[in-house]
Design a protein around this ligand. Structure first.
Ligand SMILES: C[S@@+](CC[C@H](N)C(=O)[O-])C[C@H]1O[C@@H](n2cnc3c(N)ncnc32)[C@H](O)[C@@H]1O
Length: 473
């Protein structure tokens, strides 16, 4: 380790900043957030510093640096645009053994200010040593994205209960197990989901003298999006890393499955057309039973769980039986496939509304409100419409849609196997006849399909994109 990371308490302590530009302003912001009593020496101030000086955020000495300014400070930042002055400050600080940071001169620094992820009271500091502040900033940005804002609240809660937990569990080992449960289990999840009162209720239950060792588990109903792993939400990714059982079906792409915890138990529940590894009622039962056994269960579904995903039925059972759950939306096939095919689903000139319907065949027919779907100036998206395509074409034309109406079929959208078949209602059956698309395939009907000629941007990669999203291990 080239430098020792420490967290310094500078609340109310005198700190000196020399310089009045944008860099000085940034550093002043960090010191202010940590509660320092700042003196800033500079003949001129940039706009933001001038505003802060006026508001009394720091003491401003409007003149050039003088050696006597050094005395009595806990730390010093030299941020003038004159390297000579900065070096002089560093030398004087060094003589008095006051930590000094010199802007753009790592060799003259005795401490560096890291890039910070602020989830107060949790603070994450990133440093690349003296090599590359840009790299440190990039890493910080990635951490920002992966660490939910709610972690500050979680730390607050832990702080408030610390003494009570100490009194309740005499043995350090028991305390650690308790905190492991709280910080990685139901309490943490409630806090991160913004359910603060529920989080406190759980922790109170766990602290009760007669509390059982193992808490009830939880079900995360997560939308995995249409295929490209990069299209998942941060929350989905975090919960994927937390669950110890994964219940998934056919539509979940392999690269996404690989992002779940390596030691998690995986249960395939099928859902291929006409071939269900498990019936819906059995899946509902399984989820409830696993959670009641204390497991954190990831129910991974393709696209969005609430759009033709039967997510509502699955959590209905959980709600009825008092099993905690969360629903994490995913990008539905219509959004994902349309975007990756260059087809805007609405457009001021062509479609003022979009309708999602199921083209699923029941008893050899598709029971839909065809007159409504045949109205002009709209886009109609058929999920599960591949097998019933001849019926869709026939019904739309029978209800007055022009045979020239553009239509596109998107096979395995957003993945490396994406393929788009396009034509009109009168030609599409011939287009697909010679080389039939593979499921899952989405059908889009509407004038907007013609925009693809101009707006198509996505060329599927040759290989599946693995680990396109960073996995937290
Ligand atoms: C049972 S529905 C599930 C929909 C899912 N819940 C969603 O929000 O996307 C399955 C249908 O979604 C469509 N679909 C899902 N993923 C797809 C993809 N990557 N490419 C094309 N169509 C897809 C197909 O029409 C498929 O038959």
């Amino acid at each position: 380790m080239e430098l020792l990371p420490i967290f310094l308490d500078i609340k109310g302590k005198s700190c000196l900043i020399v310089g009045g530009g944008a860099t000085a302003a940034r550093k002043a912001g960090n010191l202010q957030r940590a509660g320092a009593a700042i003196t800033l020496v500079s003949p001129h101030l940039c706009e933001s510093l001038a505003r802060q000086a006026e508001a009394g955020a720091f003491r401003h000495l409007q003149r050039p640096f003088a050696p006597a300014d050094i005395t009595g400070n806990t730390l010093i930042i030299a941020a003038t645009d004159d390297p000579e002055v900065n070096r002089q400050i560093a030398r004087l600080a060094g003589e008095r053994q006051i930590p000094v940071n010199v802007v753009d001169d790592p060799d003259a620094c005795t401490f560096l200010l890291p890039s910070i992820v602020d989830r107060a009271p949790v603070t994450i500091a990133v440093s690349s040593g003296k090599t590359s502040p840009v790299l440190a900033r990039m890493l910080r940005t990635r951490l920002e994205a992966l660490i939910p804002a709610g972690y500050g609240r979680l730390a607050d809660l832990a702080g408030r209960y610390r003494e009570r937990v100490k009194a309740r569990f005499g043995e350090p080992r028991d305390r650690r197990r308790f905190w492991d449960r709280v910080l990685q289990g139901a309490v943490a999840e409630r806090i991160l989901a913004g359910q603060f009162a529920e989080a406190e209720a759980v922790i109170e239950r766990e602290l009760a003298p007669d509390a059982l060792e193992s808490d009830m588990g939880e079900v995360y109903l997560v939308g995995a999006g249409p295929g490209d792993p990069d299209l998942m939400t941060f929350r989905a990714l975090r919960l994927m890393q937390q669950a110890d059982v994964v219940v998934y079906d056919r539509l979940v792409a392999e690269p996404i499955l690989k992002m779940t915890r390596r030691d998690a138990r995986r249960i395939y529940v099928g859902k291929e057309r006409n071939h269900h590894a498990m019936r819906q009622e059995e899946i509902n039962r399984l989820l409830a039973d696993l959670a009641k056994d204390g497991h954190r269960v990831l129910r991974l579904k393709g696209g969005d769980p609430f759009i033709f995903g039967r997510g509502g039925e699955e959590i209905d059972t959980l709600a009825a039986e008092g099993v905690p759950f969360q629903v994490i939306p995913g990008i539905t096939a219509a959004s994902g496939c349309a975007a990756y095919a260059g087809i805007p689903l609405t457009h001021r000139d062509y479609a003022q509304s979009v309708t999602f319907v199921t083209g699923h065949l029941k008893d050899g027919t598709i029971n839909l409100n065809w007159p409504a779907l045949a109205q002009p100036n709209q886009t109609v998206v058929f999920y599960m419409g591949l097998v019933g395509l001849p019926i869709i074409v026939e019904r739309l034309i029978a209800h007055g849609v022009a045979p020239e109406m553009p239509i596109a079929l998107i096979q395995q959208g957003t993945t490396h196997l994406q393929r788009v078949y396009s034509g009109t209602l009168s030609t599409i059956l011939d287009v697909v006849a010679s080389d039939p698309p593979q499921p899952p395939t989405l059908v889009i009907v509407g004038e907007v399909v013609t925009l693809r000629e101009k707006l198509n941007w996505f060329s599927p990669p040759d290989e599946p994109v693995e680990g396109a999203t960073t996995v937290i291990v």
